[in-house]
Design a protein around this ligand. Structure first.
Ligand SMILES: [Zn+2]
Length: 176
């Protein structure tokens, strides 16, 4: 039912660069606006150029954005960026360890404080596009919101406990 429908996701998405900072973005073609995750610039989807690239399916959209983002980074720096550091500071953060990982591990209550807003934005985006969405989708797009994978289970249980994230069957979720 839902799973089958998901696998055949052929929703069209525009792929375009943020007009202000150049970050690559994707947006469902029927969505009205898209806010840049880096600089918060809001784009009116109806005003995107007529030749804006379209891809089908959210995972294709994410792949296209990643590939273009990496191509841009190579152009700028002349070398391949670290794919794990999927953010705007990939070069600087290349060899930097997570500074307060140790502190966080010893104080679990503070683990998701920094990521709660980003996670809320992620859930809201998924909810607006799909209404119901599987867990792996959350994991797949988390890097777009600079959320480390190991934070996701913690954030999910926190949001579920608060009642804002609702678990459905087959590992699908929705918002209240
Ligand atoms: Zn931007």
């Amino acid at each position: 039912m839902e799973v089958k429908k998901w696998k055949k996701d052929e929703t069209p998405y525009y792929i375009f660069a943020c007009l202000k900072c150049g970050r690559m973005l994707y947006v469902k073609t029927v969505q009205k606006t898209k806010k840049c995750l880096t600089c918060n610039r809001v784009h009116q989807v109806a005003k995107l150029p007529g030749n804006t690239e379209i891809v089908y399916g959210m995972s294709s959209a994410i792949d296209a954005v990643k590939q273009k983002q990496n191509a841009l980074a190579i152009q700028k720096t002349g070398h391949t960026p670290d794919l794990r550091a999927n953010n705007d500071f990939h070069i600087a953060s290349h060899s930097v360890e997570q500074p307060d990982l140790h502190k966080k591990l010893s104080n679990p209550d503070e683990i998701d404080v920094n990521y709660a807003d980003a996670f809320r934005a992620l859930l809201k985006d998924l909810f607006l596009q799909f209404n119901r969405f599987p867990r792996y989708m959350i994991v797949m797009i988390a890097p777009e919101y600079h959320i480390p994978e190991h934070e996701i289970p913690i954030l999910m249980s926190r949001f579920t406990q608060k009642g804002s994230l609702i678990a459905l069957q087959n590992d699908y979720y929705t918002l209240k």
